[in-house]
Ligand binder design. Structure first.
Ligand code: ATP
Length: 421
């Protein structure tokens, strides 16, 4: 356990589910010969470790067991089977303010929480100002907590949890509460923690934050650890799980991204079920995919990482100098960038009916972290008139990951220097 902060070994958590309350009672009182409830595995044989100083994220769809595992690690819940070992003082931001007494004032609650964690009154006296500064709720600290708005409550609870110098910080979505300014402050604190080499385990549905802060990610699905690995790979896999892709059928289940012979690339992409398309279909985009620097198909690309967008276009009629295009939009529908083969100087000549072409656009994506939508097109000129053969709008999502965030849509990757005159 020397370098291990948290070790989760073969943990199971089984709940009994009953169709009728009557059955639950019968079972509890031992009135029934055979058990009436159905066993529900909230966690089934989950194992992973978190090293000292590591930031590990847990992701998974709703009900996959994320909160349950955090509660077991913090001792709020007992596992049905398996073992959890923790090496270091934990501060958990699970159910924020769970240990608060609503009748007590903010200050009284700070002392109540602090002593519960094991600090002396003198130690809390020393931390009090930091906690009050962080919470920033003014004179309300002298009012009973029951008079607080939900925002104030969260601020105080967070301030207490984060300022008691934990060695291990466990966070369940808590950073997504409070207003944006408070969130920013929490993230700063989070980064400070990371820099101080503290161990962080956190659950979030915000994949941007997972990509930004985590060294490693554990992906849970229906109570089972599906995989663990680099944030980018796990986010990719998670999105595929969410889209209920046919991962189980894929022969390359471990990394799952490589193009599979005979299977369309787009099968591995997360497609918009409400896709909109139009065109005369003289030429049809029958397949497409985004390939990362290692040649794997992915919806997730790191900022500045080279990626290749490929289209397969089948020609149902002869087309002279078809133009292939793509555009990337933000979620509000603003076109951020795009290009086409004509602009880039490619004139393919006459393409005969029956031909299938593969078109590749190779580039680096300088976008800020976030989600973007891809549009594809194949057009051509008939004299002066533009003919649209096939256009696909918002066909799939591209998730850009980045640890560095600059202002606006793009990162100019500035090189900054500073010299004394
Ligand atoms: N007290 C309980 N009794 C019965 N089943 C429970 C109980 N608590 C949780 N579960 C079940 O255990 C499973 C895991 O729940 P958990 O809250 O850990 O999921 P989660 O991944 O945190 O979900 P979410 O993203 O929605 O917060 C779910 O199927 C849930 O219904």
């Amino acid at each position: 356990m020397d370098n291990i902060a948290i070790s989760v070994e073969h943990v199971k958590k089984i709940y009994k589910l009953y169709d009728r309350n009557r059955d639950r009672l019968k079972d509890a009182l031992g009135f029934s010969k055979k058990p009436l409830g159905k066993e529900h595995y909230a966690l089934n044989d989950v194992s992973f470790q978190v090293g000292q100083g590591e930031t590990v994220g847990i992701i998974g769809t709703n009900g996959s067991g994320k909160s349950t595992i955090l509660k077991i690690i913090t001792g709020v819940l007992n596992p049905t089977d398996g073992e959890v070992k923790v090496n270091g003082r934990i501060s958990a931001l699970l159910e924020l303010g769970a240990g608060f007494n609503m009748e007590y004032t903010g200050i009284e609650n700070i002392y109540l929480n602090g002593t519960m964690i094991g600090f002396t009154k003198e130690e809390i006296d020393e931390k009090l100002q930091d906690i009050l500064d962080f919470a920033d709720i003014g004179d309300f600290v002298n009012q009973p907590v029951k008079t607080y708005s939900s925002g104030m409550f969260v601020r105080l609870a967070f301030a207490v949890a984060i300022n008691i110098e934990p060695e291990i910080l466990i966070v369940d979505e808590a950073l997504s509460v409070g207003d944006v300014f408070f969130q920013t402050k929490c993230y700063h604190k989070f980064e400070e923690f990371k820099k101080m080499g503290k161990t962080i385990l956190f659950v979030s549905h915000d994949l941007g934050s997972i990509g930004k802060y985590c060294d490693r990610v554990v992906l849970l699905n229906k109570g089972v650890k599906l995989a663990e690995g680099k944030p980018k790979d796990m986010i990719d896999l998670y999105k595929r799980v969410m889209a209920e892709s046919k991962m189980e059928d894929s022969p390359k289940k471990e990394d799952g991204h490589a193009a599979i012979e005979g299977v369309a690339w787009k099968e591995s992409m997360i497609l918009n079920p409400d896709k909109q398309e139009y065109g005369d279909k003289k030429a049809e985009i029958i397949d497409f995919g985004i390939f990362d620097a290692t040649g794997k198909i992915t919806n997730t690309v790191s900022k500045f990482e080279e990626c290749v967008l490929k289209l397969k276009v089948q020609f149902h009629e002869d087309v002279l100098n078809p133009i292939f295009a793509f555009t990337i939009r933000d979620l509000k529908g603003t076109d951020l960038t795009g290009t086409n083969s004509l602009i880039e100087g490619l004139e393919p000549g006459l393409i005969e009916a029956g031909t299938t072409l593969t078109v590749s656009f190779r580039q680096k994506l300088p976008f800020q972290k976030g989600q973007y939508l891809l549009q594809l097109g194949c057009t051509g000129y008939n004299g002066d008139e533009l003919e649209v053969h096939h256009r696909l709008y918002d066909i799939c999502c591209i998730q850009v990951l980045s640890k560095k965030v600059t202002v606006g849509y793009f990162d100019l990757n500035s090189i900054v220097s500073c010299n004394e005159e």
